[in-house]
Design a protein around this ligand. Sequence first.
Ligand code: SF4
Length: 328
Amino acid sequence: MRHSNISIFVPHVGCPNKCSFCNQHTISGSQKAPSAQEVRSICTQALGEIKNPENAEIAFFGGSFTAIPRGYMLELLGTAHEFIGEGKFHGIRISTRPDCIDIEILEILKKYGVTSIELGAQSMNDEVLRLNDRGHTARDIFNASLLIREYGFELGLQMMIGLYGSTPETENETMQKILEIKPDTVRIYPVVILEHTRLAELLKSGEYKPFDFDYVVEFSAECLMTFEKNNIKVIKCGLHASEFVENDKIGGFYHPAFRELCESIIYRNKISEIIRPDIRQYTLKVNDKCISKALGQKKSNVEFFRKKGTEIKFIPDKDIPAYEVFWR
Ligand code: SF4
């Protein structure tokens, strides 16, 4: 059964940090923190509309949920909790910083029906974390992940590709360390440089020279495939499309269908491994749900190989795993 989220944005409230990439007001598209009453009406409406609420979570996203003023946090949790239980939603999902997790907070979250915690890890390299003013270390991410797991929450990690000071080596280090932690879910966010952030200043001054777009797509594709193969569900790849982001971005790696770009690259690389110079036509088997990913956007993969003199077509086969291609 498909999982869904009732997303409620709690923008930037109380966050003492100013990470190099963050302009929460732009990302959430709203500067106003929701009141308990607003949360109640969002949940009431969603409960009336969603078919299988037992598969849905009320998701507080946008800032560092466990760092917002305590009274306000409890108000939001208390209201959301009214909508958890039989015939209602499955639980509550929150996102926060790794250094804003401790035993006391986890006890509170448990009591109010929180089921999933996502940590903004961003990088697992201390120097990259420092250069981007994250204010925590990779060790904090390990420790918080461990605690979250011990308390029985679903653990999610968010990573950012292409931060200031990162290199292909530090990107790879982040992927490997996330594999080590083995969260339940991952969100892969290639950096989008927004106006009114420190990254924007660094970009304008020429100090920050982002990677090539193609490298970021290739590496994101590698992360996507590697995580999925290790049973870590990638619930997001690319910042979600919104007019706020589209209006405020001045650089970085944004594409409204970023995940599809990555999936098409995964299939292109797989097909390249099969193709031999002496054979000009291939009929390849791919998972029946992945035909359009294998074809690529606007059949870009078919065109790519046709230009090299090879014709490919696909047949669906439900027994072939996702991201695999079989020949014969
Ligand atoms: S901790 Fe989160 S909300 Fe605070 S500045 Fe950093 S990214 Fe933004």
